[in-house]
Write a protein that binds this ligand. Structure first.
Ligand SMILES: *Cc1c(COP(=O)(O)O)cnc(C)c1O
Length: 497
């Protein structure tokens, strides 16, 4: 299996190189040249395996330059012992057709753990193949959850340094505390004055700056990315959709006879893109339902074919979806144009220069065939948390609530009653204040009082990674301007410049 860049079909690399470098030199993202398909026999085999086994089976198709031993080392290291009951992605069925894929049983209580627990293994294994001896510097822009999950995954990993930038006013108090208390000798955290898109474009600029790359090379270091632009982030996400399908097969032969729908609360388009790849591989997914909050740039794109980021940016109670530039959409465009690198480059240029582009009719038709887009207001998000708790006794976080709300609209608009799998992307305890408010409680001033009250009122258990934060020591409290991100990076690495 070889990988192309979305902006240059002549850039052809193996998976180790794609993962070690994160992004292609001209700024494109790495994508497999073809998507492997799984047969019924494959799914029957997969069904018998545990999550680690399923992960190895799927990775073998994508990471063909990894040995079986390497894949075993990576998957066991990531998924044994770091998730509740060694079940990284269990399904909770609320009624006959409503299935929740709980992706928040890892060390940071958000779905990012599924990929970021394994990325350090994939990345160090890749680096040993393609750039031996160099120290890998991981740069991360985060809207809250990636940062903590990446810090947790990479802390004290040999020959790596990790540096996380987050928007100062754009993450929840709990998310900020999670990052600022991070342990480890190789970790660095800095807030920026700006929003997530500023952080993300700042990181991208540093990545593609040749002068900085040379300075790093002279110091025997090289950059890589833990953002979902890295193929090593995306590939692990395909696995939980395949695993979920295997689990749903247990519901009997008839249950999935017309396939099922998948709903994903979406920001950077990574999670839903993984579901699309699972569909192409043979998982019988009907519609991919893309759920957005008030930053509904994707809803508009799916209904009009024009992507236009020239609009107000809203800070919402589902902050991990407060994004106007969904990076992984670039991979989707590359797929839907039949790998047309020139066309994708033009659209990305247009996005950069004018903030928008319009796809061809042909691509628009394909987009609508696979996707349905919807969004939900802040009020509706809160209402959905309250209603879901009342109806099912099941507590969801603000991001999952956006997905449930958009799904309710979808069902009302289409009368499509197929079974559904809703990706639940975070524990409600990560957003305790908003969740408490939604269920009609007064929010206490102290974050941990809020967490305890939520537990009391809903009779649910506080996840230990959140409970343990109460006594954790704050190690970072720096803020910088986005223009200074590069300087911060070099300073922290101890490089004179
Ligand atoms: C990151 C995140 C999302 C958005 O996922 P994308 O892959 O960026 O679309 C949704 N919910 C939560 C809780 C997240 O952390």
């Amino acid at each position: 299996m070889l990988y192309n860049s979305t902006r240059d079909n002549n850039a052809v690399v193996e998976s180790a190189s794609a993962i070690a470098h994160g992004i292609s030199v001209e700024g494109g993202l790495f994508v497999p040249q073809s998507i492997p398909s799984l047969t019924n026999e494959d799914f029957q085999n997969l069904k018998k395996l545990d999550y680690v086994g399923r992960a190895q089976y799927v990775f073998k198709n994508f990471l063909t330059d990894f040995t079986d031993d390497e894949l075993k080392y990576c998957t066991e290291g990531a998924y044994k012992g770091s998730f509740d009951n060694d079940k990284p992605a269990p399904i909770k069925s609320l009624d006959d057709s409503l299935n929740i894929l709980e992706l928040w049983h890892g060390p940071t209580c958000a779905f990012k753990d599924l990929a970021l627990q394994i990325l350090p293994y994939l990345l160090t294994t890749s680096a040993s193949k393609v750039s031996s001896g160099k120290k890998t510097v991981i740069l991360v822009a985060t809207s809250g959850d990636t940062g903590k999950a990446a810090l947790e995954g990479f802390k004290d990993v040999k020959d790596t340094e990790i540096m996380v930038f987050y928007p100062n006013d754009g993450v929840s108090a709990m998310q900020q505390l999670q990052m600022n208390t991070q342990k480890g000798e190789n970790v660095h955290v800095c807030a920026i004055n700006g929003n997530f898109d500023d952080a993300q474009s700042g990181v991208k600029t540093i990545f593609t700056d040749n002068a900085i790359k040379e300075i790093l090379a002279k110091n025997n270091m090289e950059f890589s990315s833990a953002n979902s632009i890295n193929w090593g982030r995306l590939a692990p996400q395909i696995i939980y959709y395949i695993s979920a399908y295997c689990d749903l097969l247990d519901k009997g032969e008839d249950y999935l006879k017309d396939g099922f729908n998948v709903v994903v609360p979406t920001g950077n388009f990574g999670n839903i893109l993984a579901a699309y790849y699972a569909k192409i591989m043979g998982v019988p997914i009907n519609k991919l339902i893309c759920a957005s909050n008030s930053n509904n740039v994707l809803t508009d794109f799916i209904s009009t074919g024009t992507y236009d980021r020239n609009r107000s940016f809203y800070t919402t109670i589902s902050p991990s979806m407060d994004i106007l530039i969904s990076s992984n959409l670039e991979r989707m465009l590359y797929e839907l144009t039949g790998h047309n690198d020139k066309q994708v480059s033009l659209w990305q240029d247009s996005l950069k220069n004018e903030g928008k582009y319009t796809v061809t009719d042909e691509v628009f038709e394909k987009l609508k065939e696979h996707f349905y887009g919807g969004f939900c207001s802040e009020e509706k998000t809160s209402e959905t948390i309250k209603e879901t708790f009342k109806k099912y006794g099941y507590l969801i976080d603000t991001h999952t609530a956006v997905a449930v709300s958009v799904y309710n609209d979808y069902k009302a608009n289409t009368a499509d009653n197929r079974p559904v799998l809703i990706a639940s992307t975070a524990s409600p305890y990560k957003f305790a204040n908003s969740v408490l408010e939604a269920i009609g409680e007064t929010v206490p001033a102290d974050e941990f009082d809020a967490v305890k009250l939520l537990s009391e009122k809903t009779n649910t258990v506080i996840p230990s990674p959140i409970a343990d934060l109460e006594n954790a020591k704050v190690r970072f409290n720096n803020v910088c301007d986005k223009e200074d991100m590069c300087k911060v990076v070099l300073d922290r690495l101890g490089i004179n410049h």
